[in-house]
Design a binder for this molecule. Structure first.
Ligand code: ADP
Length: 837
C-alpha cells in the first residue's frame, strides 16, 4: 500500500503532497501502513481515505485500489444511509464501536453479507481539533457464521432429540408387542395344557424331591380314584398303597439319576373307592430338567392295559390248557391205538375162539371144558348165563375187570348191584330186549360199572348173543372189555373240540406242504370260508400275494427250533378284505419228535390296529393344531426381530434369538410327529423326479454350514450321478443323518459326506468321529421311537423318529439303509438307492 500511496497523484488531491501533510497524519499513516490488522484513516472534512494492506480483502477488488485517496462517501456509495451519519457522529467527537455489524458489500465481483467489529475513533490534535477518523476494523463474518452454524447444529440436535423421542416410542411399541408374544406363548402353553388335560391317557407331573403333584389330568385322576383334590399334595400321601410296590423307588431313581423309567404290563394295586383293586399299566417316569440340566420334577405318563393283559392271560391260560390237552390227547391217542391194536388182536383171537367155539358147538355143543379153555386163552372177559336155571359163569379176566375175587359167587344180583345207578334201568331194558325171541338175539352196549373192590367207576363194553330154543332164551353168552381209557379220551377230545369251537381265535392245522387239515368255526367267521371250502386247500389262499414269502420264512424258523409268536401280518378274507392278524404257529410232532405238521392260531387284531390308527390320528391332529399358533408366533417373532434391529438392548435381542430358536425346535419336533402320523396312515407319497445327487448333497451341506459352526462338513468325496427319486424326501434323509452326526459327535470333529455309484445303485454315506453305537443298539435304532439311553446321549434331545422316518423313505424307494459303527470311534450311516428307475 505504501507503494501505491507514493504513486498516487497527490497534487490534485484535497490532501495535497504528503510532504506537506500535518505531522499527525504522517505519523498515523506510518503506523497504519505497518499495522497487521485492517486500519483506515479518513482525513479532513472530506474524509479522504487512506488504508493499509490488511484492508484490501475487506474492500475487495472492485474497491481497491480506487478507494485510496478518495472520500469514504464515494466508495460506499451504496451504503450512504448508514455511513454518513456514522462519520458525522465521530467527527462530532464521539467514538463509535459496532460489533458484528452486518452490511452488504460487493466484494470480489459478488454481493455478499459481511460482519465487522468497527471502531471509529476521532483523530484529535493537541488543540482538540478533530481532523479525521481512525477506523480499525476486524471482520467477524467467519465468527458470526460459525455462531449461526452452531445454532443450526443446535437445531439439528433438537431435531435428533425429537427423533430419539420417536425411537423411544417405537421401542415402547416393541415392548408391547413383546408382551403380546409372551401372552401368545402363555396361550399356546395353555392350549398344550388343555390338550394334555383332555388326552385320553393319564399324565401327571410331580415337582421337587417331595414329588408334589403339580399337574394331573382327568385321566390320571380317574385312575387313582382318590377324587379331584390331589394337586399340591405329595404323591406318596395320595397313593400310600404304592409304598410296597417299588413305585416310589422308581420315582426316586428317576429324580436322582435323570434316567427315564419305563414299565410294561406292570401290575399295580390301587385303593379305589376304599377297596384294593388290581390293574396293569404301561407307564413311564421321565425326569424334567431345567436349562442347566438340574432336575426339578418327574413327568408320569401311563396307559391302562388291564383289559389287554387280562385278555392275554386268559388266552395264555387257554393256550396252556390247549397244549396240555393236546399232549393228553396225543397220549390218549397212543393209548387208544394200543388198545385198538390189542382189541384188533383180541378180536382176531376172539374170532378164532368163536370159530373154535362154533367148531366145538358143531362137534359137541356142550363141550364146556374146551370152551372155557378157549376163552381163558383170550384177554377178554367172558361170561355165560343160563336163564332157565339162573346159573352164571364169569371168566377170570372178567372177574379182573369187575375187581371181584375168584372165590366170590357169581350171581345176577351181584352183577345188577354193580351197574352204575344212572345206567341201571337202561342196561336192564337192553338185556330184556336182547332176550326177546322175536327181535332180540344180539347184545352190544357200553355202560358204567362200580368195581367190587375199590368202588371205582369204569366203562365197559359188553357184547353177546342169546340162543333160543322153541321161543325161549336158553343161553346168553358174551364178552366184556374195560374201555374207560377210550371213553376218557373221547371226553377229552370232545372238550378240546368244544374249546376249539368256542374260542375267538382261528385255529388251523396244516401239513408241511401248507395243505389245511383242520379249520375251526372262528376261522370260518374270521376268513369267511367254510370248513368244507378249506380242508385240503392251500394256506396260500389266505395270504396276500405280496406276503407269500412269509410262509417259507416261518417254516424255516420253526424248523430251526425258534418259536413264532404274535407275528403281526395281514391276511385275505373270502370277500377280498385285508385284515390285521397276530399269528402264533407251533409245530405238530410225531412220537420221534419229527415235525409232521403245523398248528396255527390267528387272532383278528383289526380293532387294535384301528386303535393304533386312532392314536396316530390324534397325534397328527394335535401336531397339526399346534402348527398354526406356532407359525403365527414365528411370524410375529420375525417382525419383532426386524424392529429390534435399531436397538442395542442386548437383553431384548438375546431374548428374541432364544425365542426364535425354541420356536424352531418346536417346529422340528411337531413336523416329525406329523410325518410319523402321515406315514402310518399311508399319506406319504413318493413323488419321483430326475436330479443330481452330488448337487443335492452340496446344497444340504451348504445350508447346514450356515447354522453348524461346531463341526466341519466335508463333501469332497462326492460324484455326479443322476437319480430318479423324491428329491425333497432324500434331502431330508441326508439332512437328518448330518444332524445326527453333529448331535452325537464332539465339537471340532469332521463329518464326511460321500457318495459312490455301483453298477446298479448309488451308495451315500455320512461318517462321523463321534460316540458310536453298540452292535445290539445298531439293530434297533431304525425302529420307531427307539433311542439309546446312556450317559453320552442323555443330554441330547430327540424322540427317536428321525432314523425311523429315514428308513421308511429309503425302503419306499426300494433302497437299503444301515450303519457301521465302532463304540467311541464313530459311525458311518449308509443308504443306497437303485439307479435308472
Ligand atoms: P433322535 O436322534 O431324535 O433320538 P433318531 O431316530 O435320529 O432319533 O436316532 C435314534 C438313536 O440312534 C438316537 O437316539 C441315538 O442314540 C442313535 N444315533 C443316531 N445317529 C447317531 C450317530 N451318528 N452316532 C451315534 N448314535 C446315533
Amino acid at each position: 500500500m505504501g507503494e501505491l500511496m507514493r504513486q498516487l497523484d497527490w497534487q490534485n488531491n484535497p490532501l495535497g503532497e504528503p510532504e506537506r501533510w500535518p505531522v499527525q497524519l504522517k505519523q498515523l499513516t506510518g503506523i497504519m501502513l505497518g499495522a497487521p490488522s485492517p486500519m483506515m484513516i479518513c482525513w479532513g472534512k472530506d474524509l479522504i481515505r487512506l488504508y493499509n494492506d490488511a484492508c484490501i480483502p475487506i474492500l475487495g477488488s472492485n474497491r481497491h485500489p480506487h478507494a485510496l485517496g478518495v472520500t469514504v462517501y464515494e466508495t460506499f456509495a451504496g451504503a450512504q444511509d448508514t455511513v454518513k451519519p456514522l462519520f458525522e457522529k465521530v467527527m462530532g467527537g464521539e467514538a463509535v464501536a459496532f460489533q458484528d455489524f452486518k452490511f452488504r458489500i460487493n466484494r470480489n465481483g459478488q454481493e455478499e453479507d459481511v460482519y465487522f467489529d468497527f471502531s471509529y475513533t476521532p483523530i484529535t490534535d493537541e488543540a482538540m481539533n478533530i481532523n479525521g477518523v481512525l477506523v480499525i476494523c476486524t471482520e467477524t463474518t467467519a465468527k458470526v457464521l460459525a455462531f449461526e452454524g452452531m445454532q443450526a447444529t443446535n437445531k439439528k440436535i433438537a431435531r435428533s432429540n425429537e427423533e430419539l423421542l420417536t425411537n423411544n416410542e417405537n421401542l415402547s411399541t416393541n415392548q408391547k408387542e413383546l408382551r403380546k408374544i409372551v401372552y401368545e406363548l402363555a396361550e399356546s402353553e395353555h392350549k398344550i395344557r388343555s390338550i394334555i388335560e383332555n388326552a385320553p391317557f393319564p399324565i401327571g407331573v410331580y415337582m421337587g424331591r417331595e414329588l408334589r403333584i403339580a399337574f394331573a389330568n382327568q385321566a390320571i385322576i380317574d385312575v387313582w380314584g382318590k377324587g379331584p383334590k390331589v394337586i399340591g399334595r405329595k404323591y406318596a400321601d395320595v397313593l400310600p398303597e404304592l409304598s410296597s410296590q417299588s413305585v416310589f423307588t422308581q420315582l426316586d431313581d428317576v429324580f436322582t439319576t435323570g434316567k427315564p423309567f419305563h414299565a410294561r404290563n406292570q401290575r399295580i394295586d390301587l385303593r379305589v373307592d376304599g377297596s384294593m383293586q388290581t390293574y396293569y399299566f404301561n407307564y413311564s417316569f421321565t425326569a424334567l430338567a431345567d436349562q442347566q440340566g438340574k432336575i426339578y420334577g418327574v413327568m408320569n405318563t401311563a396307559a391302562d392295559v388291564t383289559d389287554t393283559v387280562l385278555a392275554k392271560q386268559q388266552v395264555e391260560e387257554t393256550s396252556d390248557e390247549l397244549a396240555a390237552l393236546n399232549e393228553e390227547l396225543a397220549a390218549s391217542n397212543e393209548e387208544l391205538q394200543a388198545i385198538n391194536e390189542e382189541m384188533a388182536s383180541t378180536n382176531e383171537e376172539l374170532n378164532e375162539s368163536r370159530q373154535q367155539l362154533e367148531v366145538a358147538n358143531e362137534e359137541l355143543a356142550t363141550s364146556a371144558s374146551r370152551l372155557r379153555m378157549a376163552i381163558e386163552s383170550t384177554s377178554l372177559g367172558t361170561w355165560e348165563y343160563i336163564p332157565t336155571t339162573g346159573e352164571l359163569y364169569w371168566s377170570k379176566e372178567l372177574r379182573e375187570i369187575y375187581g371181584i375175587a375168584e372165590t366170590a359167587p357169581a350171581t345176577m344180583e351181584a352183577f345188577a348191584a354193580h351197574i352204575y345207578p344212572e345206567d341201571y334201568a337202561w342196561v336192564q331194558a337192553q338185556i330184556a330186549a336182547a332176550m326177546d325171541p322175536v327181535t332180540g338175539g344180539r347184545y352190544d352196549l357200553s355202560y358204567r360199572i362200580t368195581r367190587f373192590d375199590n368202588h371205582e367207576t369204569r366203562w365197559i363194553k359188553v357184547q353177546g348173543s342169546v340162543y333160543f330154543d322153541e321161543g325161549r332164551a336158553v343161553r346168553f353168552i358174551g364178552t366184556a372189555f374195560d374201555i374207560t381209557g377210550l371213553k376218557d379220551a373221547e371226553e377229552k377230545t370232545a372238550k378240546l373240540a368244544a374249546i376249539i369251537a368256542s374260542t375267538d381265535d382261528a385255529i388251523i392245522s396244516k401239513t408241511l406242504d401248507s395243505v389245511i387239515t383242520s379249520w375251526n368255526s372262528s376261522a370260518e367267521r374270521m376268513f369267511g370260508f367254510s370248513e368244507d371250502e378249506m380242508i385240503g386247500e392251500s394256506i396260500y389262499k389266505l395270504i396276500p400275494e405280496d406276503r407269500h414269502q412269509e410262509e417259507p420264512v416261518i417254516l424255516g424258523r420253526l424248523k430251526s427250533g425258534e418259536r413264532v409268536q404274535h407275528f403281526e401280518t395281514k391276511r385275505l378274507t373270502k370277500d377280498g378284505r385285508l385284515i390285521d392278524v397276530s399269528v402264533t404257529v407251533s409245530p405238530v410232532k410225531d412220537g420221534d419228535g419229527k415235525i409232521i405238521g403245523l398248528s396255527k392260531i390267528a387272532r383278528d387284531i383289526t380293532e387294535r390296529k384301528l386303535d393304533e390308527n386312532r392314536k396316530n390320528d390324534f397325534i397328527g391332529m394335535v401336531s397339526h393344531e399346534l402348527k398354526t399358533p406356532l407359525t403365527s408366533l414365528s411370524a410375529i417373532l420375525q417382525v419383532a426381530k426386524a424392529k429390534l434391529n435399531n436397538t442395542d438392548d442386548t437383553f431384548l435381542s438375546g431374548a428374541m434369538q432364544k425365542a426364535n430358536h425354541q420356536v424352531k425346535r418346536m417346529s422340528t419336533m411337531i413336523n416329525g410327529f406329523l410325518n410319523i402320523s402321515r406315514l402310518e396312515s399311508g399319506k406319504i407319497q413318493i413323488d419321483k423326479q430326475l436330479f443330481n445327487i452330488e448337487t443335492l448333497i452340496h446344497e444340504v451341506a451348504d445350508e447346514m454350514k450356515v447354522t453348524v459352526t461346531t463341526h466341519t462338513i466335508n463333501t469332497d468325496e462326492c460324484c455326479a450321478v443322476d437319480l430318479n427319486a423324491d428329491q425333497d424326501k432324500i434331502q431330508s434323509v441326508i439332512s437328518n443323518l448330518i444332524s445326527n452326526a453333529v448331535k452325537y459327535s464332539p465339537n471340532g470333529t469332521v463329518i464326511y459326506v460321500a457318495c459312490k455309484p455301483t453298477q446298479t445303485e448309488v451308495v451315500v454315506s455320512v461318517r462321523d468321529e463321534g460316540i458310536g453305537i453298540q452292535p445290539a443298539d445298531a439293530e434297533k435304532i431304525f425302529d420307531r421311537y427307539y433311542r439309546i439311553e446312556n450317559s453320552n446321549t442323555r443330554h441330547v434331545s430327540g424322540f427317536g423318529i428321525g432314523l425311523y422316518l429315514s428308513a421308511e423313505i429309503i425302503h419306499r424307494h426300494d433302497g437299503r439303509i444301515w450303519v457301521e459303527s465302532e463304540s467311541e470311534k464313530g459311525s458311518t450311516f449308509y443308504f443306497s438307492l437303485p439307479l435308472g428307475i
